[in-house]
Design a protein around this ligand. Structure first.
Ligand code: PXP
Length: 243
């Protein structure tokens, strides 16, 4: 079954625009889970412009599903992770100041960093995932890092989806089949939305988790958070029924 992990960074961005506590990130965290999300994702960045490091420690005791912390494995990030002990860490090669994650790891080039960090995380029983594009070379090197999972960077799929969805999905399908053969579990995220989600789930076998933020939080302005989460869950279910 594919799980939905809601990325709540955008809630923090909205709150930070005014400096107070509206919207209340903790309440949203609790409610996303109450409304059916199977996980919560946060992506603290060095400048703390969205989620702050202390938000992560504040929400941790209220996670009844699964906490996924994403980010570049800086010293500060790893310190937070070892303090909070999430269920999963997704390593992302974000340079500081980038607007949003816009590339996956070059797993060959970063092998020794990834290997060391992954070993340290797994030593604390934290599941690891690495953000990656569909290049088979990156997938093949991923296995040498000993990561449990990869997260496929789906922005190229989302961009091409409306022109030609069969063409858009093909590199993802090939990458997912190869990753599965190698024994890697598969997550996916970036620019997934109510339009493109069902087809993605339908075509990608063995998809463990999708992590969705921007579109889901934007949709909730129109549909409300509870309805929106249920709509995303339904889209996943429809994809699974067709695969
Ligand atoms: N996965 C990773 C690694 C990300 O950095 C992000 C955005 O923070 C997402 C998934 C979610 O992307 P979106 O906000 O476009 O749904």
């Amino acid at each position: 079954m594919t799980h939905l992990s809601v990325n709540i960074n955008k809630i923090a961005t909205l709150r930070n625009a005014r400096g107070g506590n509206i919207p209340d990130l903790l309440k949203v965290t609790i409610d996303c889970q109450r409304f059916g999300a199977q996980g919560i994702t946060v992506h603290p960045r060095p400048d703390e412009r969205h989620i702050r490091y202390n938000d992560v420690t504040d929400i941790r005791p209220f996670i009844t599903t699964e906490l996924n912390i994403e980010g570049y494995p800086s010293e500060k990030f790893l310190k937070l992770v070892f303090l909070v002990k999430p269920h999963q860490v997704t390593l992302v090669p974000d340079p500081p100041g980038v607007l949003t994650s816009n590339a996956g790891w070059d797993t060959g080039k970063n092998m020794s960093l990834l290997k060391d960090v992954i070993a340290a995380l797994q030593d604390k029983s934290i599941r690891t995932s690495i953000f990656i594009d569909t290049k088979l070379q990156n997938i093949e090197h991923a296995i040498d890092t000993s990561t449990n999972r990869i997260e496929l960077y789906t922005e190229p799929y989302a961009t091409k989806y409306h022109n030609n969805r069969e063409e858009a999905i093909e590199p993802f399908r090939i990458a997912a089949v190869r990753a599965h053969e190698l024994g890697l579990e598969i997550n996916a995220g970036h620019d997934l939305n109510l339009d493109n989600l069902t087809f993605f789930v339908q075509k990608i076998p063995n998809l463990k988790e999708v992590s969705i933020g921007h579109a889901l939080i934007s949709d909730s302005l129109y549909f409300g958070l509870e309805n929106t989460i249920r709509m995303y869950l339904r889209k996943i279910e429809m994809g699974q029924q067709q695969n």
